[in-house]
Design a protein around this ligand. Structure first.
Ligand code: ADP
Ligand code: ADP
Length: 221
């Protein structure tokens, strides 16, 4: 199989809140899917279920190529996860935060990644000495330093200023082209949408549309 696919993914929280209601989708490996929808639509829950951080209802199938992700524990899913509010290890300098989980081959190229994200002045700081945007850049560097097959990004540029957002988008695009990683990204940033990559629209826990932007957006004459 050459797709990432989800079948019949539903999640009801203990409060009775239905967060996902029978979501199914498929995406060729190596593509970058943007997920949009209003607050509360279930976007974060979708990523958390794929990462294994929430348990969906048992009939759900989550498949990455030939691998049944839903049957694996979270740490064996080969997923790079960037949560909305990232956390770093307490009390460890940035350089150690980056080393943790880095693959040997990517670690040899760390200087490029440190330059891309302008982390040089931060390498010896500790988490309490960092702003929100700086933490986000470190978490993104950590993602680039790992070998993962699937990246789940939950509003990854929400704390970055516009020039850094643009820079991140360019680097992400280059890195994806090089590594062939599959990306699911929750975003509210219209600049993140590209004409050649699909968009999924979630509303009230349901996938209501998915396709290329030109096929989804209504263009008045
Ligand atoms: P989005 O990411 O699109 O804003 P979420 O996936 O965070 O949406 O939330 C979907 C729905 O599930 C919302 O109604 C939210 O309040 C609810 N929800 C999210 N997390 C929990 C939780 N841990 N317990 C109960 N309800 C939750
Ligand atoms: P932001 O405007 O992004 O919220 P902050 O006001 O938190 O940023 O921090 C501004 C700058 O000061 C950042 O470069 C941050 O790294 C640095 N900084 C914040 N707290 C400390 C600290 N305790 N020690 C050293 N530098 C710090």
């Amino acid at each position: 199989m050459t797709d990432f696919c989800i079948q019949n993914l539903s999640k009801t929280y203990a409060t009775g809140q239905v967060a996902l209601d029978g979501v199914s989708l498929s995406l060729p490996l190596g593509q970058h899917l943007r997920i949009i929808g209003p607050s509360g639509a279930g976007k974060s829950t979708l990523l958390r279920c794929i990462a294994g951080l929430e348990s969906p209802e048992p009939q759900a199938v989550i498949q990455l190529g030939a691998t049944a992700l839903h049957a694996l524990p979270p740490h064996q899913r080969g997923i790079g996860w960037v949560p909305q509010r990232p956390l770093l290890m307490p009390d460890r300098p940035v350089i150690e935060q980056l080393r943790w989980g880095a693959s040997e081959s990517r670690w040899l190229r760390r200087q490029t990644i440190v330059e891309w994200l302008d982390l040089g002045p931060l390498l010896h700081r500790r988490p309490h000495q960092l702003s929100g945007g700086e933490i986000q850049r470190i978490v993104l560097a950590r993602l680039f330093l790992r070998e993962c097959l699937l990246w789940l990004l939950d509003e990854p540029t929400s704390f970055l200023d516009p020039p850094r957002q643009r820079n991140f988008r360019e680097q992400l695009h280059l890195l994806q082209a090089e590594s062939g990683v599959t990306i699911l990204e929750v975003t509210h940033d219209w600049n993140a949408i590209r004409s050649d990559s699909p968009v999924a629209v979630l509303l009230s826990g349901r996938l209501c549309q998915m396709g290329l932007p030109r096929d989804l957006l209504h263009h008045p004459a």
